[in-house]
Design a protein around this ligand. Structure first.
Ligand code: RFL
Ligand code: PHB
Length: 389
């Protein structure tokens, strides 16, 4: 088989890129290791920046998002029981939209199926060959049979544990990493959200986040120990811990119920450089990870997709390679800013095992500055709603 672009990974990055390239008349094949049901059962991101929404529109898959997504004009921060709201629209000129990553991915899968575009799922042993030459190809095994696809370019959209990043030789690659000494325990429950806007809460007992998916579906997180397992956390323990970390009036209003999903995510900051090796381009979680505190993971994947889509369009339309040449540098510039914001919000709101009284006072002072200073609020809001592409 031959195509113009092989996309390794059928998560949101790969599927969005595939749809945008298709609209540009660029042939592509998506290779995904799992089946559709598995990909669509992952509960992850919830907050979408305007940049990602613009890409969904350009891909022709934004109708349901506009119908069912929740426009959030503001967000709340709480520290040691004191809460304040930041009006994102007033401070940064735009809101964010709350619409689950699961739904984004579902819309992209439906659109790809409707357009009859090739998506090969349950593809095993995917391997990328000759990316540093002119004629790359990708091999994979499906139902015990090995296949080969020849192509012009490979987009590595296969997440943090994928094969694409590992294809770039160690002599070329530089990895930057920070692992945090805690995780996030997240639950989904069929209860009305305690607040119609998000609450990011720092407290003596640790971090907590109140988020939502719809009027009767809440998404809550609490900071947990890095070693904790889901079995350590009964629903009762979760609700008690969440309540303890929120302002009293919010905790009193919490509607609790059985969890319908419960999972633990480790927290990590990670960037690999460069994001291009010859004809292989790394996109999204394959190249970088942020702790979820700023809701930047999926949104940063989206800006990579934007740069690569534009660069490939320019190459095929005008035989102009400049966008491809600049991809890594351009994407990384924005990636590092998202890394900085996510890292700083993580440092601000979590309890660290070795934290001193001085460190806690520093957190409290920074929160007080943000609460009282307009310029600090503008900077926060600009980062939260998403820096320009
Ligand atoms: P994904 O979603 O990991 O998709 C990669 C796909 O590649 C497949 N794959 C392979 N396919 C073929 N061959 C191989 N060898 C392969 N290896 C892997 C995988 O099966 C998968 O389908 O990466 P992608 O597309 O770059 O998307 C990135 C986002 O998923 C991620 O950044 C966000 O979920 C992060 N994130 C958040 N981001 C936000 O922007 N806002 C949020 O509010 C937000 N909240 C979160 C989050 C991530 C979380 N967890 C669980 C890590 C909350 C949480 C709890
Ligand atoms: C979510 O709704 O899952 C969510 C929201 C905001 C974050 C992280 C996750 O910062």
């Amino acid at each position: 088989m031959r195509t113009q672009v092989v996309i390794v990974g059928g998560g949101p990055s790969g599927m969005l890129l595939g749809q945008l390239l298709h609209r540009e008349g660029i042939d592509n094949v998506v290779l995904e290791r799992r089946d559709r049901a598995h990909v669509l059962s992952r509960i992850r991101a919830g907050v979408l920046e305007q940049g990602l929404i613009g890409l969904m529109e350009a891909a022709g898959v934004a109708d349901r998002l506009h119908r069912e997504g929740y426009v959030h004009e503001g967000t709340n921060l709480s520290f040691d029981g004191q809460m304040f709201r930041l009006n994102l629209s007033a401070l940064a000129g735009k809101p964010v939209i709350v619409y689950g990553q699961t739904e984004v991915t579902r819309d992209l899968y439906d659109a790809r199926a409707a357009a009859g575009l090739p998506l090969i799922d349950t593809a095993e042993d995917v391997a990328i060959h000759g990316a540093d030459g002119d004629r790359p190809h990708v091999t994979y095994t499906r139902h015990g049979v090995e296949h080969r696809i020849d192509c012009d370019f490979v987009a590595g959209c296969d997440g943090f544990h994928g094969v694409s990043r590992r294809t770039v030789p160690g002599t070329v690659r530089r990895d930057y990493e920070k692992v945090y000494p805690f995780g996030w325990l997240g639950i989904l429950s069929q209860t009305p959200p305690v607040s119609h806007e998000l609450i990011y809460a720092g407290s003596d007992a640790g971090f907590a986040l109140c988020s939502m998916r719809n009027a009767n579906l809440s998404r809550y997180y609490v900071q947990c120990a890095a070693m904790d397992r889901v079995e350590d956390w009964s629903d009762d323990r979760f609700w008690a811990e969440l309540g303890r970390r929120l302002p009293a009036h919010v905790a009193e209003a919490l509607v609790t119920g059985p969890s319908i999903e419960k999972s633990i995510a480790p927290l990590r900051s990670f960037v690999t450089e460069p994001m291009r090796w010859g004809r292989l381009f790394l996109v999204g979680d394959a190249a970088h990870i942020v702790p979820p505190t700023g809701a930047k993971g999926l949104n940063t994947a989206a800006s990579d997709v934007h740069y690569l889509w534009q660069a490939l369009a320019r190459h095929y339309r005008a035989n102009d390679a400049e966008g491809l040449e600049r991809y890594s540098e351009q994407a990384l510039l924005r990636v590092w800013k998202a890394e900085r914001f996510s890292w700083s919000l993580t440092m601000l709101l979590h309890r660290f095992p070795d934290q001193t009284g001085f460190d806690r006072r520093m957190q409290a002072a920074e929160i007080a500055f943000l609460r009282d200073n307009h310029a600090a609020q503008v900077a926060f809001a600009q980062n939260y709603v998403g820096l320009p592409y």
